[in-house]
Design a protein around this ligand. Structure first.
Ligand code: PEP
Length: 250
């Protein structure tokens, strides 16, 4: 059996102004310092908040992450941010292929794969998101869709240290709806099989569940086999909601 340290990552999306963000992060750091916890904790704020958060969270053990990166290291790409720049601002990881990026910006598996490669090149952990839409779930295509996204979105240089998978059913994100525990188990088992088949250390990759994780459902969801933590959106914005999710892992 492989020991995988749980990761609980907060995706703040396009939320937060400096003063309030620093206050929430400080409150979270204080909770973590005062209470033993098993999980590794990450916050992925808007990129402009990475540097101030890195300064204020120094020594807290909280990892910082970007929410996206460009595939190139530099160049004429107005508005984009390179993985190297995220790293320079204090990030240790970056989310790639979030369903909101796939939907809003037309990101394909090939684009997500290039972004994951960029994350690795910069020395960041890539948190690669996958998940089916409601129509795909209702059409019985979930396993086929997730397997195909996984194969297309993961670069060959992925390994258990530089890559984390986040299974996030699109219909569960921000909706208050979650799959049944059996549905979560079925998809995570598929992802684990695929990882084992392709990578020597496939048993060691962490696979997070994401989609309406809240303090009252976190323990159940994270107790499912092959669920190695959570990617949390709305409930990560307030330390008072995020801490109980972290505590749910022990
Ligand atoms: C997300 O955006 O990655 C997410 C899981 O959001 P929420 O927890 O709000 O459903």
């Amino acid at each position: 059996m492989t020991d995988r340290q749980a990761l609980i990552a907060g995706n703040w999306k396009m939320n937060g102004l400096t003063a309030a963000a620093l206050a929430e992060a400080k409150a979270l750091a204080e909770k973590l310092a005062a209470n033993p916890h098993k999980a590794q904790v990450a916050i992925c704020p808007p990129a402009i908040l990475l540097a101030p958060l890195a300064a204020s969270l120094s020594g807290s053990g909280i990892l910082l992450g970007g929410q996206d990166c460009h595939a190139k290291a530099s160049g004429a790409h107005t508005g984009d941010i390179a993985a190297e720049q995220l790293k320079d601002a204090g990030a240790a990881c970056v989310i790639v292929g979030h369903s909101e990026r796939r939907a809003d910006h037309g990101e394909t598996d090939a684009i997500v794969r290039a972004k994951a490669e960029a994350a690795h090149r910069a020395g960041l952990i890539a948190i690669v998101c996958l998940g089916e839409t409601l129509a795909q779930r209702d059409g019985g295509e979930t396993l086929k869709v997730v397997a195909s996204q996984l194969r297309g979105s993961l670069p060959d240089d992925a390994n258990a240290a530089n890559t984390v998978i986040a299974y996030e059913p699109v219909w569960a994100i921000g909706t208050g709806r979650t799959p049944t525990l059996e549905q979560v188990a079925e998809v995570h088992a598929l992802i684990r099989r695929e990882l084992r088949a392709r990578f020597d250390d496939g048993a060691g990759f962490r696979i997070l569940y994401g989609g309406s994780v809240k303090p009252d459902n976190a323990a159940q969801l994270m107790a499912v086999a092959d669920v190695d933590g959570a990617l949390v959106g709305g409930a990560s914005l307030k330390a008072g909601d995020f801490w109980p999710i972290i505590a749910a892992k022990g």
